[in-house]
Design a protein around this ligand. Structure first.
Ligand code: TMP
Length: 385
C-alpha cells in the first residue's frame, strides 16, 4: 500500500510502499498494524487532512467543547490540552471563551491553520518528554483529549506515560477513535491504513490504561467516522466505573474481539465486498456509463488499492479540500477535481468514498440525485442509491 494521505502531483511520481496487515496481541488484546510507517512520512507540512471540511464534524467538535466546558466549569484556572489539534476545529471554541488551552500538532500546515484561528499550538509530537515540558511551562492539565489521534501513535506507551505525568490528580483524559467492533460489524476495512496503527476496544484500552496508573471509567459510542468510541480515563482511586464500560466489554467478549478467532470471517467479508464492488463498476463501465467518486478520503486508499479500482474505472474524485484538488490518489492515480467541477458535470454514477459523511452528503447532493445521478455505496454491501 502507498501512504494513504500522500496525494501525488503526477502519476509517474515515486511512491513509498509498505505491507499493510493487522495482528492481534492476545496478551494485551490490542489489534494493531504489523508494519508501521515512520510518523514523519505521514505527518508533515504536506499533511492532506483538514478536520474542518465537514459540517457534521464541526457540530461534533462544538458538542465536545461544551462537554469540556462542563468538566472544567468549577476550576478556578482550568487548562485544557488537545493532542493532535489539526486545524483547531475543537480548540477554536476555547479561544472565544478565553479558556487556557494548548494544542499539540506535528503537521505544520494544519497547525498554522489552527494558529490563524487564535489557537495556541505547540508544533511537535506528544510524548513523555513533551508532557514534562508542558507541565513545567503551563502546569498540569484538567482535561487532556484527542480525537482520531491516539490510534495514530505507534509509541502509545510514551503518550500514556506523558498523560499520566501531565494530568491533574482529578483530571480527565478522554479520546475517541474508530471502534474495532464497528469495523468488524460493518466490514469497514478501509479504516485500516498507515495512520491507524491501533484499532482500540474497551478491552485493550483498559489494559493499556492499567499499565500507566489510569482507569477506564466510561465509554460512549460516537456516530462519527463510521462508528467511533470515546474512552474516558482518570487516575486510579478517584472515581467509580460506569455500567456502560461493563456493557461494552461484555459485547466485545461475546464477539471474541480479544482473540484472533473473532476476526476469521472478517477477511472473507472484505473480499466479498471488494469483488462485488469491482464487478458492479466493471458492468457499469462496460455498458458505457461514466463513474466518478466523492471524497478523496485517506481510507479510500485502502479500498481502491486493495480492490484494484483505478483511473480506468473512475474518471475523477470530487473533493472540497484545496490541497487535494489537481492531485492524484496514492497508488491508483485517479485525478481529484473540485466540487464545482462535479456539480457541473453530473456524472450518472458516483462511488461514495466518504461513506462516513453519508447523511451530510446525501442531503447536500439532493439536486445531483434529482438530476438522475446515483450514488454507489458498499458497506455493509454494495448498493446503488
Ligand atoms: P474523512 O472521511 O477522513 O473525514 O475525509 C473526508 C474527505 O471527503 C475530505 O477529503 C473532504 C471530503 N469531503 C468532500 O469533498 N465533501 C463533503 O461534503 C465532505 C463531508 C467531505
Amino acid at each position: 500500500m502507498p501512504i494513504s494521505n500522500r496525494f501525488i502531483h503526477h502519476p509517474g511520481e515515486d511512491e513509498y510502499l509498505y505491507d499493510l496487515s493487522l495482528g492481534i496481541c492476545e496478551a494485551c488484546r490490542m489489534v494493531q498494524l504489523e508494519e508501521c510507517v515512520e510518523p514523519e512520512m505521514m505527518f508533515n507540512e504536506d499533511y492532506a487532512f483538514f478536520s474542518s471540511t465537514s459540517s457534521a464534524m464541526a457540530d461534533h467538535f462544538r458538542e465536545m467543547a461544551d462537554r469540556i466546558i462542563d468538566i472544567v466549569s468549577e476550576k478556578p484556572s482550568p487548562f485544557v490540552v488537545e493532542l493532535g489539534c489539526n486545524d483547531g476545529i475543537l480548540l477554536q471554541h476555547f479561544v472565544k471563551g478565553g479558556v487556557p488551552h494548548l494544542g499539540i500538532e506535528p503537521s505544520a500546515n494544519v497547525a498554522q491553520s489552527a494558529r490563524e484561528k487564535g489557537v495556541r499550538v505547540m508544533e511537535t509530537f506528544f510524548n513523555t518528554e513533551c508532557a514534562r515540558k508542558i507541565k513545567d511551562r503551563y502546569g498540569m492539565a484538567d482535561v487532556i483529549c484527542g480525537a482520531n489521534v491516539m490510534c495514530h501513535i505507534e509509541d502509545i506507551n510514551s503518550v500514556f506515560a506523558g498523560v499520566t505525568c501531565l494530568l491533574q490528580p482529578d483530571g480527565v483524559f478522554f479520546f475517541e477513535d474508530p471502534y474495532i467492533l464497528d469495523i468488524v460489524e460493518k466490514t469497514s476495512f478501509d479504516q485500516i491504513y498507515d495512520e491507524h496503527v491501533f484499532y482500540f476496544s474497551g478491552l485493550s484500552v483498559s489494559r493499556l490504561a492499567e499499565r500507566h496508573g489510569l482507569r477506564l471509567i466510561h465509554m460512549e459510542a460516537q456516530n462519527v467516522h463510521g462508528g467511533s468510541m470515546r474512552y474516558y480515563l482518570k487516575k486510579k482511586d478517584v472515581s467509580g466505573i460506569s455500567t456502560d464500560v461493563e456493557r461494552h466489554l461484555a459485547r466485545e467478549r461475546e464477539l471474541m474481539l480479544h482473540k484472533v478467532e473473532g476476526y476469521h470471517s472478517f477477511s472473507e467479508h472484505v473480499n466479498r465486498i471488494c469483488n462485488d464492488l469491482k464487478e458492479t463498476l466493471l458492468e457499469l463501465h462496460s455498458s458505457g456509463k461514466r463513474i466518478a467518486a466523492y471524497g478523496a478520503t485517506s481510507k479510500s486508499t485502502t479500498l481502491l488499492n486493495y480492490a484494484g479500482i483505478g483511473a480506468d474505472l473512475i474518471a475523477y474524485i470530487s473533493d472540497t479540500t484545496p490541497t487535494k484538488i489537481g492531485k492524484f490518489t496514492p497508488g491508483t492515480h485517479i485525478p481529484i477535481r473540485s466540487h464545482d467541477f462535479f456539480s457541473d458535470d453530473v456524472p450518472p454514477y458516483t462511488l461514495l468514498l466518504a461513506w462516513n459523511h453519508r447523511d451530510e452528503i446525501l442531503k447536500k447532493e439532493k439536486h445531483y440525485r434529482e438530476k438522475g445521478g446515483r450514488f454507489i455505496t458498499f458497506f455493509p454491501k454494495v448498493a446503488i442509491e
